[in-house]
Design a protein around this ligand. Structure first.
Ligand code: KG4
Ligand code: ZN
Length: 331
C-alpha cells in the first residue's frame, strides 16, 4: 500500500511516501521567512505553503521512484494548527485525491507525533507513556493502543516549545527559540541563575511555564545591556536547564508513581540536546527506557503523517472529500 503524507500545519511544508509501512522518501521545506519576526506569521505561512507544496510533493514522489497514479491514498494533517496553513494542505490533498479517485485520510497532528515514535522505535509496545512537547502543546499521554489515549497531564499555560521561543526573544535570540537557546547555552553555566522549576498545585502531572518566562523577564530587566551581553550563554543555559528539569520531574514522577517503564518523547522539543543527555541519567536511575525519535522525526515532518495514514487506511479507516481543516482538533 502506497501512501502520500502531507503536512502544512505550521511553518514546515512537508511530503513523504510510505510503502507498506516503510518510509521511502521524506521532504521538508522550512519557512525561514518568519525568523526575522520572532514567531510564525500565519498569513505568510499559508502563502509559503501554497508556493512550495506542489514542488515538495513532486520531490517526495521523485525520491520514492513511484508515480502519482500508483498511490493508494493521501494522508493529510487536518489539525490542530494554523487555519490558513491547514487549508492549503487539505485543499491540495482533496483535489489530488479526487483527481486520482483514491481515499483521503485526515490525520491529527498530535497523534502523528505519537506515530513518529514507532518510526524511530519499531520495538515499542503498548502501553507506553508519551510526552508530547512541541511549540503548541505539552501533554503527557498514556498510549494504550492506536487511537486509545488517556491524558495524564498538560500545560496550564505556555507549551515547553513556546517557553523556549518566548525566552529566546527576551534575550535577543531569533525564532525558533529552542535551537537558538541550545546553541547559545553551549559553554554556559546552567547553575548560574536559579530559575524556578514550577509545579502545579494539586495536579502532579500538569505543567506551567509562564512563571519561568516571567522570572526570565525580571532577570533581563534587572541586568543592564552590558551584563546581559556578557552573560547571555549563562542565562540561556540556566533557562534551558529549568525547562528540562521541569519536564524530567514529571517523567520521574510518572515512572515511579504509575510504574511505567517505557516513555517516548515526541514533538520539536525532543530535539533538545540537554534534554536528551539528562534523560539518559534519569533512565539509568529509574531503570526505565526513554525513547527519543531521530532529530528529523522530532520536528514537524510528513513521514509521521504518511505512517499514521498507512496504519489507518490498512485498518479500513479514511475520511471523505467533505474533510475540513480543524485548527482546534484535539486527541
Ligand atoms: O513539533 P514542532 O516542530 O512544531 C509544533 O507542532 O509546534 O515543535 C516546534 C517547537 C518550537 O517551539 C521550537 O523552538 C522547539 O520545538 N524546538 C526545540 C529544539 N528544536 C525545536 N526546543 C528546544 N531545543 C531544540 N533543539
Ligand atoms: Zn508538531
Amino acid at each position: 500500500m502506497k501512501i502520500l503524507g502531507i503536512e502544512t500545519s505550521c511553518d514546515e511544508t512537508a511530503a513523504a511516501i510510505c510503502i507498506d509501512g516503510k518510509i521511502v522518501s521524506s521532504k521538508i521545506s522550512s519557512q525561514e521567512i518568519h525568523n526575522k519576526f520572532g514567531g510564525v506569521i500565519p498569513e505568510l505561512a499559508s502563502r509559503e505553503h501554497e508556493k512550495m507544496l506542489n514542488f515538495i510533493v513532486h520531490q517526495a514522489l521523485k525520491d520514492s521512484k513511484i508515480s502519482l497514479e500508483k498511490l493508494d491514498g493521501i494522508a493529510v494533517t487536518q489539525g490542530p494548527g494554523l487555519s490558513g496553513a491547514l487549508i492549503v494542505g487539505t485543499s491540495f490533498s482533496k483535489g489530488l485525491a479526487m483527481g486520482l479517485n483514491i481515499p483521503i485520510i485526515g490525520i491529527n497532528h498530535l497523534e502523528a507525533h505519537i506515530f513518529a515514535n514507532f518510526l524511530a522505535e519499531p520495538g515499542l509496545t503498548f502501553p507506553f507513556t508519551c510526552l508530547l512537547v512541541s511549540g503548541g502543546h505539552t501533554q503527557l499521554w498514556l498510549v494504550n493502543d492506536f487511537g486509545k489515549y488517556d491524558l495524564f497531564g498538560e500545560t496550564r499555560d505556555d507549551a515547553a516549545g513556546e517557553a523556549f521561543d518566548k525566552g529566546a526573544r527576551l534575550i535577543g535570540l531569533s525564532y525558533p527559540g529552542g535551537p537558538e537557546i541550545q546553541r547559545v547555552s553551549e559553554g554556559g553555566d546552567s547553575g548560574f541563575y536559579d530559575f524556578p522549576r514550577p509545579r502545579v498545585k494539586k495536579s502532579k502531572y500538569d505543567f506551567s511555564f509562564s512563571g519561568l518566562k516571567t522570572a526570565l523577564l525580571y532577570k533581563v530587566r534587572e541586568m543592564g545591556d552590558e551584563e546581559m551581553r556578557k552573560n547571555v550563554s549563562n542565562i540561556a543555559a540556566s533557562y534551558q536547564e529549568a525547562i528540562v528539569d521541569t519536564l524530567l520531574d514529571r517523567i520521574d514522577r510518572i515512572s515511579t508513581e504509575e510504574n511505567i517503564n517505557q516513555i517516548s518523547i515526541a514533538g520539536g522539543v525532543a530535539a533538545n540536546k540537554r534534554f536528551r543527555e539528562k534523560s539518559e541519567e534519569l533512565s539509568s536511575k529509574n531503570n526505565i527506557s526513554i525513547y527519543f525519535p531521530d532529530l528529523s522525526l522530532c520536528t514537524d515532518n510528513a513521514a509521521m503523517i504518511a505512517m499514521a495514514g498507512y496504519e489507518k487506511l490498512s485498518s479500513g479507516v479514511h475520511s471523505d472529500l467533505a474533510l475540513e481543516a480543524n485548527p482546534n482538533l484535539s486527541l
